[in-house]
Design a binder for this molecule. Structure first.
Ligand code: NAP
Length: 293
């Protein structure tokens, strides 16, 4: 199967590489084109523009930073829309809001193409290991056709119905994750300030009912002040913002998420946006970063 891949950031690069390693023919494009070179040396082809990738491939997957990037790659000059046509499929795996996804879906289907939104749960390592959880919605036919690729990228795919449901599910999941990261940060801070060993707190948490892979993975690095980006903090704050807007739309009061969003905003203000989202710990501690990105 030949697929196009737009966006070779932390996630996109790992995902496109997995497709290559599993026998897919992959044509890649990235806004900063030089970032394509690594995958070219592993067998990928390059498209000069999103339009040229879509022209060449029956299926094109996108993994872009946020709603404005997702819209730009479709609607701007040399974008996806210029070459999408009957029989071609566009799968957007970026985390965006339902409105953005619907706009893209309408434009693609109006030109005869098929659209699927398919944001993912899971970070850099699950992307590298093909262990993502895929939250798809939109074109059921396209979902079935692209399943061989999803089987390589993920450990489980959900088909959630109409366009927007994948985006919403992803935002709810990340809203919970962002609030949990803030709770962990406050706990580590309180343990430390009250004379407890933060590592012992992690050990205790790991043996109880609130044990989870995220605390286990991120906690020790946070104690060391090490924030190499697996999930950039600026993207986590974008997801909190979009989840809060969804809450606004449905009149759901979410004070915990709103407070967590403030901490992520504060962390961005401290210059931590490109660090891992666990660097919110620095904002909770009330310091600037001394950690490593
Ligand atoms: N990292 C994770 O753990 C994780 C997990 C689940 C979901 N996600 C979601 O997956 C998406 C990608 O995340 P990531 O971590 O891979 O982000 P990233 O490393 O920041 O990569 C972002 C990608 O978007 C491209 N981009 C940004 N603005 C653009 C624009 N205006 N036009 C065209 N391309 C643009 C970047 O191109 P350049 O290289 O030119 O900057 C890059 O390819 C985001 O929606 C994120 O929320 C991430």
């Amino acid at each position: 199967m030949e697929v196009g891949f737009l966006g070779l950031g932390i996630m996109g690069k790992a995902m496109a590489r997995n497709l290559l390693r599993n026998g897919f023919r992959v044509t890649v494009w990235n806004r900063t084109l030089s970032k394509c070179q690594e995958l070219v040396s592993e067998g990928a082809s390059v498209g000069e523009t999103p339009a040229s990738v879509v022209k060449k491939c029956k299926y094109t997957i996108a993994m872009l930073s946020d709603p404005s990037a997702a819209l730009s790659v479709v609607f701007d000059k040399d974008g996806v829309l210029e070459e999408i046509s009957s029989g071609k499929g566009y799968i957007d795996m970026s985390t965006v809001d339902a409105d953005t996804s619907s706009k893209i879906s309408e434009a693609i289907t109006k030109k005869g193409g098929y659209f699927l939104e398919a944001p993912v749960s899971g970070s850099k390592k699950p992307a590298e290991d093909g262990q993502l959880v895929i939250l798809a919605a939109g074109g059921k036919e396209l979902y079935e056709e692209i399943t061989p690729a999803f089987n390589v990228l993920g450990k489980k795919s959900f088909f959630l119905g109409e366009v927007g449901n994948g985006a919403k599910m992803k935002l709810v999941v990340n809203m919970i994750m962002g609030s949990m990261m803030n709770a962990l940060s406050e706990g580590l801070c309180l343990a430390d300030k009250s004379g407890l060993n933060p590592q012992t707190l992690l050990d205790v948490l790991d043996l109880g009912g609130v044990a989870n892979p995220m605390f286990k993975l991120k906690g020790p690095a946070m104690i060391k002040g090490s924030y190499a980006p697996a999930f950039p903090l600026k993207h986590q704050q974008k997801d909190m913002r979009l989840a809060l807007a969804l809450g606004d739309e449905h009149a759901v009061s979410m004070p915990v998420a709103a407070t967590a969003n403030e901490a992520f905003k504060k962390a961005r203000g401290l210059g931590l946006g490109d660090h891992d989202f666990s660097a919110v710990f620095e904002a909770v501690k009330g310091k600037g970063s001394s950690g490593d990105a």
